[in-house]
Ligand binder design. Structure first.
Ligand code: NAP
Length: 230
């Protein structure tokens, strides 16, 4: 029987690339989306996947959607940005980003864990960001959510090792996608040693490595930043 993976935020650029990689490796896919139903339907057909919808802020929907699902791998990838200088950042912006990225990832992980614990097997990869390691201008909310997810990952490693469940994180730098489309690549070239934005596929391969291949790695954060963070 093929192994299975649940990927949140699969309708985004990086989520889609992660789906493609796991599909190419023979996994069966559970693909989550929020608003982009059209894209989700396209992925459902392309990957013969099961699609699941919820808002990361809605704990009850998450519990309901995941109550009967059993997977080998969970990739927590869904996230948002809502940037502003800390002086102008509103409480609403702070709360929405923390609730979606941090609390949402907690909710999904909690909902999927009982079956992994029962199976005494599982692997979790959290897609975080270099902003969560070194911070970033105008991203107090996003950086805080991703930094907290790194601490969350390290704690999952400790709490879950006894159940043969690993937890790791991938920290992308600047990746060509909708989330980064407002950033001018040329102005960043000088601070990225490899001199270019990464591709979603280059993140996806690292997620797959940690999720499936790195059987003696847990609690790690793998930077995928073209050498920007060392
Ligand atoms: N792109 C970069 O440069 C970069 C850099 C570092 C880290 N990352 C991280 O990589 C991951 C993927 O990024 P991306 O660039 O692929 O993002 P993206 O293209 O903006 O996609 C975001 C995904 O999250 C889902 N989502 C958004 N709000 C949601 C909500 N309230 N509830 C449930 N799902 C929600 C979206 O679903 P719908 O579209 O269906 O609504 C979509 O599938 C994120 O964790 C991001 O923080 C990205």
């Amino acid at each position: 029987m093929s192994k299975s993976v649940l990927i949140t935020g699969s309708t985004g650029a990086i989520g889609e690339a992660i789906a493609q990689t796991f599909f190419d490796e023979g996994y069966s896919l559970y693909l989550h989306y929020n608003k982009n139903e059209q894209k989700a339907k396209e992925l459902e057909l392309r990957f013969d996947a099961k699609i699941l919808q919820w808002d990361m802020k809605d704990g009850e929907s998450i519990k309901k959607a995941l109550s009967e699902i059993s997977v080998d791998v969970l990739v927590n990838n869904a996230a948002i940005t809502d940037d502003a200088h800390i002086y102008w950042l509103s409480d609403e912006q702070w709360e929405r980003v923390i609730d979606t990225n941090l609390n949402g990832t907690y909710r999904v992980t909690k909902a999927i864990l009982p079956q992994m614990i029962k199976n005494k097997s599982g692997s979790i990869v959290n897609v975080v960001s270099v902003s969560g390691i070194v911070g970033n201008h105008g991203q107090a909310n996003y950086s805080a959510s991703k930094g907290a997810l790194i601490a969350f990952t390290k704690t999952l490693c400790l709490d879950l090792a006894r159940f043969n469940i690993r937890a790791n994180a991938v920290a992308p730098g600047l990746i060509a996608s909708e989330m980064s489309q407002h950033i001018d690549e040329k102005s960043y070239k000088s601070i990225i040693p490899l001199g270019r934005f990464g591709k979603p596929d280059e993140v996806a391969k690292c997620v797959f490595f940690l999720a499936d291949r790195a059987t003696y790695i847990s609690g790690e954060v793998l930077n995928v930043s073209g050498g920007m963070i060392r």
